[in-house]
Design a protein around this ligand. Structure first.
Ligand code: PMP
Length: 403
């Protein structure tokens, strides 16, 4: 088998060696349940307390704030929205999210709407930036929570989170931020912006899968969505995943240490990748914001062909890439993010999501830029669509969506 080159880090990341080393003693040596008063249990309790500090430091949490460990970002997002909505129901029944959110936010808002809550999805511009004027306008006297992601895992757009936080703070409405895609890649600071709730995922920080965290500012109350023995401040019951939590803590500490170096190196590689592809291939376009984008993300669409076919051909060359969010690739529906940005459906089908990681090198980029053009050329030669049968890149509503 050819050596695989991973350009699909938003879907899965190998656990860092140092993280793995930190986790190892917590499988056999320190196997205790942190709720036990005996020594082996207390060793685990101490390790979890340490991981809370490590995670808190990555996001600039204050010492009295809480880091609640969960089974992953999906659970943390569910806990943020449901836990907040149930607890603060008497204050109002309205939540604001954006059209770019991950499905664990969008579907949770939908779920809440079946239980007497209402939600507004604020739109975005063609680069995927949330319309802050529309956000302000969407606030009503029933609004209890705003949830906007820091950055988009699929198209890489970074939201103006300081402006969004200011709007929320001025209206005295708590802000939840999904920072899964941004943490470890760009600075995230809950204290600086006055963020009340924030979601993190361990694997995106090169930690193990099956762990995540919800940060909550100390005065923010939530109703548990998992009830039981009262672990994690009584908000998330269930015996803790000690080794996983230790891994997430170690990963957070490493991510903080390496952030500056990663940003510089990844930004350089990303820009080589984007420049190389756009220069070599006609009718290819960058999706997402040209500058306000994650240092590891290049999302590029190729007119006249399907992303799935490109993905398959690239995999023969050893490249692991995705067409759109790994979370939505189970359906053939075009990405909701690209559609919200006004990209035509046919164009959205031709998009590749490339996400770089720590182990990628210049040689990987060079090889990619070399192997991609003949693949695109071959697929376009077979495609029924062409320059002679054009379609609008940003089609307006009157147009037929099928070409
Ligand atoms: N939020 C964002 C922005 C994501 O990209 C993802 C998926 N990587 C999630 C939440 C959900 O994460 P998980 O599937 O690990 O629970």
């Amino acid at each position: 088998m050819t050596k695989q080159i991973n350009f699909n880090h938003s879907a899965g990341v190998p656990v860092d060696e140092q993280v793995l080393k930190a986790m190892k003693p917590y499988f056999r040596q320190y196997y205790g349940n942190p709720s036990s008063v005996h020594a082996v249990g207390q060793q685990s309790a101490k390790a979890i307390a340490n991981a809370r500090v490590q995670v808190g430091q990555l996001i600039g949490a204050a010492p009295k704030d809480r880091v609640i460990f969960t089974s992953g970002a999906t659970e943390a997002n569910n806990l943020a929205l449901q836990g907040f909505a149930y607890r603060h129901r008497r204050k109002g029944n309205h939540i604001i999210i954006s059209k770019m959110e991950h499905l664990s936010i969008i579907n949770t808002a939908k779920f809440l709407s079946k239980q007497g809550f209402e939600y507004t999805q604020v739109g975005v511009d063609k680069h995927g930036i949330v319309d802050t004027k529309a956000l302000k306008k969407a606030i009503t006297d029933q609004t209890i929570l705003i949830s906007i992601q820091h950055a988009n895992n699929e198209v890489g757009t970074i939201q103006p989170i300081a402006d969004i936080a200011q709007i929320a703070n001025n209206a005295e409405i708590p802000l939840h931020v999904d920072a899964v895609a941004s943490a470890g890649l760009i600075p995230v600071n809950v204290s600086e912006h006055g963020i009340s709730l924030l979601t993190l995922s361990s694997n995106d920080l090169y930690g193990p899968k099956g762990v995540g965290a919800l940060y909550t500012r100390k005065e923010v109350a939530l109703q548990p969505i998992l009830t039981g023995g009262g672990q994690e401040y009584g908000i998330r019951s269930g015996s803790e995943n000690v080794s996983g939590i230790v891994g997430m803590g170690a990963a957070a500490e490493l991510a903080k240490e390496q952030l500056a170096d990663n940003v510089t190196r990844l930004t350089w590689l990303r820009d080589q990748l984007i420049k190389g592809v756009l220069e070599k291939i006609d009718d290819s376009y960058l999706n997402g914001h040209p500058t306000q984008r994650l240092p590891n993300n290049a999302n590029i669409r190729f007119s006249y062909i399907e992303g799935e076919a490109i993905t398959l051909h690239l995999s023969f060359q050893g490249f692991l890439v995705a067409t759109s969010s790994a979370c939505t690739s189970k359906t053939l529906a075009p990405s909701h993010c690209l559609m919200s940005m006004g990209v035509a459906e046919a164009e959205a089908h031709g998009a590749l999501q490339l996400t770089l990681g720590r182990e990628n090198t210049q040689a990987h980029i060079d090889k990619f830029v070399e192997v991609l053009p003949p693949i695109i050329e071959k697929l376009r030669a077979m495609s029924p669509l062409s320059k002679d049968v054009p379609y609008d890149i940003f089609e307006d509503e009157e147009h037929d969506h099928h070409h």
